[in-house]
Design a protein around this ligand. Structure first.
Ligand code: HEC
Length: 193
């Protein structure tokens, strides 16, 4: 085997495309890698969901800068599975498999009415999926091109672990209860539909 990077079944595509970006000089290997990535990415987008009928997880207007998501306006939508999940007796919360949070991120803090979001950041509860971290698949989707990136390393989950401790957002989790990596808990923050 002379090839430095061989495809192995089960090797995650997101990793292959990252490797491809890091090794631009391996011209002999790149076309093979890119072909594989293209085949695997096309058929099954993860976050191509119609969230137009979903409710917002918080009634707060999120137009102040936050680490990780920048200074643009954010609007967070959650499907019924997540919206209807209540707190356990001890004040903690665990969302069922199939819960999806879609966060729209706009280019600026005060977008024109009807403007499209620049980006969607998405959490999909799927603890059995090998790409999940902390029980969630973390996806960034370009709503225009449909391009998606799955973050299966530390970046998203590490910062979101702060939601399980006291933090400066929403109701703040001052009691330090497990909040399942979600900062804005619909059971506490959403206004009645
Ligand atoms: C440095 C911290 C940080 C990082 C990194 C980060 N986030 Fe967040 N995220 C937040 C904060 C703070 C909020 C609260 C909502 C707001 O004000 O935007 C949030 C909210 C969200 C929400 C709405 C659910 C909730 O927690 O209320 C989603 C979905 C989301 N982030 C996805 C992602 C994805 C996907 C990534 C990785 C690409 C990511 N985040 C990386 C800090 C972070």
């Amino acid at each position: 085997m002379n090839t430095p990077i061989a495809y192995r079944p089960g090797h995650r595509i997101s990793r292959i495309s990252r490797v491809a970006r890091r090794l631009p000089l391996l011209t002999a290997v790149l076309p093979l890698l890119m072909g594989l990535a293209a085949c695997a990415e096309a058929p099954q987008p993860l976050a191509d969901v119609d969230y137009s009928g979903w409710r917002q997880s918080t009634s707060a207007v999120l137009n102040f800068p936050v680490p990780g998501h920048g200074p643009g306006l954010r609007r967070i939508f959650v499907n019924d599975a997540g919206f209807e999940t209540g707190l356990a007796e001890d004040g903690s919360i665990s969302y069922p498999t199939g819960t999806i949070f879609v966060k729209e991120v706009y280019g600026g803090p005060d977008p024109a009415p009807g403007a499209d979001p620049a980006m969607l950041t998405v959490m999909i509860k799927a603890p059995g999926d090998p790409r999940s971290r902390g029980g969630w698949i973390w996806v960034v989707r370009n709503p225009e091109s449909g391009e998606e990136t799955v973050f299966d390393e530390e970046f998203c989950v590490t910062c979101h672990a702060n939601a399980n401790e006291e933090h400066p957002y929403g109701t703040g989790n001052t009691g330090e209860r497990f909040r399942d990596y979600v900062f804005h808990t619909p059971a506490l923050e959403a206004s009645a539909p």
